[in-house]
Design a protein around this ligand. Structure first.
Ligand code: FE2
Length: 420
């Protein structure tokens, strides 16, 4: 395959990408008319934007497409969401196949929108660990078109749920890639601190990554992020550790945040912000002014701390909407985080590409570089700016040199007088 006249994300001019045996053989400037060495298929992209595949760093595939059963979350709070999920476990007796089918439907939605790498949390506060068993099978079944990382996620707490710590360890032994925690949901501050320490200890013991649902609350006193960062720093595993949500940081005072940022930089931990989910969930206990409930994305990025964006949910008790499209998350997130300066806009796709890859610790094999796997997507636009403004379709998703998704953009015919 050769992709001719590609506009590479973040670069000027147009380029020819030669693909051979599923890998990127060569990248030449389009003006270079050499014969090249590639498989027979040639696609002239006419300057369309080419990027590495989108990365979804935070979704709950075991929850997708469950909103409304047994009841809808009417308050929109995180806590009613957790309550709805607990009630669902009591009345809806799903089989492993049911969970797999829902997850596969969601993965297809994500693939359609240009995603090829997903980190999913899986609730392991269930003595049968059925969700994890289902997702371990899904991971294997989809690997030709989607890379999946599984987080062993103790939704109801490591210590607030009976034998939560034992289930977490069992999930890691079964094959989960990442250790989860939810300290702000534990019964006490002390249990929350202990849960973070336990998660990092287990990660260190089993050679896993860590991704903590951290301070997903509007309480300015919720300060488990400092514990995550400090423990990661002490163990020297910060680059393998992620703090997801951290919405309380949107309520921290600036003096404390100034001190906190020094530790965050030292620790090298990653952040996942989930703008759509948290605009929906947070601020629910506020009157007016009503807080946005989003972490300090702009300030973290300005401090060279890695931040990426995720969706979190597709129709589940915590968020009733969502279709797997990360471009929409970026658009909403830029607004919510006051990141609508020109430079913010033209680099915004970093939030769902390279920054996500770094969070998933897969940056070594990620990106459009000679020798890498021929994995990329093509957007129906000629510039980074227009990609954000117009939300174009993903024309192609290419994996190992094969087109695995192809979308024909909609056509509009206007029957009005032309002013020219
Ligand atoms: Fe989440």
């Amino acid at each position: 395959m050769m992709l001719k006249n590609a506009k590479l994300y973040g670069q000027e001019g147009t380029w020819n990408i030669e693909v051979l045996n599923g890998k990127i053989e060569k990248i030449n400037h389009s003006s270079n008319t050499s014969e090249g060495n590639y498989d027979h298929q040639i696609i002239d992209l006419e300057g369309k934007l080419v990027l590495p595949p989108f990365v979804e760093p935070h979704i709950h595939l075991d929850y997708v497409l469950t909103a409304g059963t047994p009841r809808w979350n009417q308050s929109g709070t995180l806590f009613e969401g957790i309550q709805c999920w607990s009630e669902r476990k009591l009345v809806v007796k799903e089989t492993k196949e049911d969970i797999k089918n829902r997850a596969l439907k969601a993965l297809e939605m994500q693939l359609k929108h240009g995603i090829q790498h997903v980190r999913t949390h899986v609730d392991i506060t269930d003595p049968s660990l059925m969700g994890l068993k289902a997702l371990l099978e899904v991971k294997e079944e989809v690997k030709s078109w989607m890379d999946l990382q599984l987080v062993a996620f103790p939704q109801e707490g490591i210590y607030a749920y009976p034998k939560g710590d034992e289930l977490l360890e069992e999930a890691l032994i079964m094959g989960a890639d990442v250790v989860g925690a939810i300290p702000h949901y534990e019964m006490t501050r002390e249990d929350g601190v202990q849960s973070v320490k336990k998660a990092l200890e287990l990660a260190y013991k089993y050679g896993k990554m860590v991704d903590v649902h951290c301070d997903e609350i509007d309480d300015e006193q919720s300060r488990f992020l400092e514990v995550v960062a400090a423990e990661a720093y002490k163990l020297g595993i910060g680059e393998l550790v992620t703090a997801s949500h951290t919405t309380a940081m949107g309520s921290y005072n600036d003096a404390y945040t100034y001190k906190l940022f020094k530790l965050l930089k030292q620790s090298k931990i990653n952040f996942v912000a989930l703008p759509k989910a948290n605009l929906h969930l947070q601020g629910r206990f506020d009157s007016y002014p009503n807080r946005r409930g989003i972490t300090r994305v702009k300030e973290l990025l300005e401090s060279n701390i890695n931040v990426c964006f995720g969706l979190d949910s597709i129709m589940d008790p915590w968020y009733p909407l969502g279709d797997g499209n990360l471009m929409r998350v970026v658009e909403v997130g830029l607004h919510a985080c006051h990141m609508t300066g020109y430079n913010d806009i033209v680099t915004a796709l970093n939030l769902i590409t390279t920054n996500g890859a770094k969070t998933l610790n897969m940056q070594a094999e990620y990106g459009i570089k000679e020798g890498n796997k021929a994995n990329f997507i093509v957007l129906d636009t000629n510039s980074e700016y227009e990609a954000i403004r117009c939300q174009p379709a993903v024309l192609y998703s290419i994996r190992n040199g094969e087109i695995i998704v192809e979308t024909k953009p909609a056509e509009t015919k206007m029957n009005i007088p032309v002013f020219s």
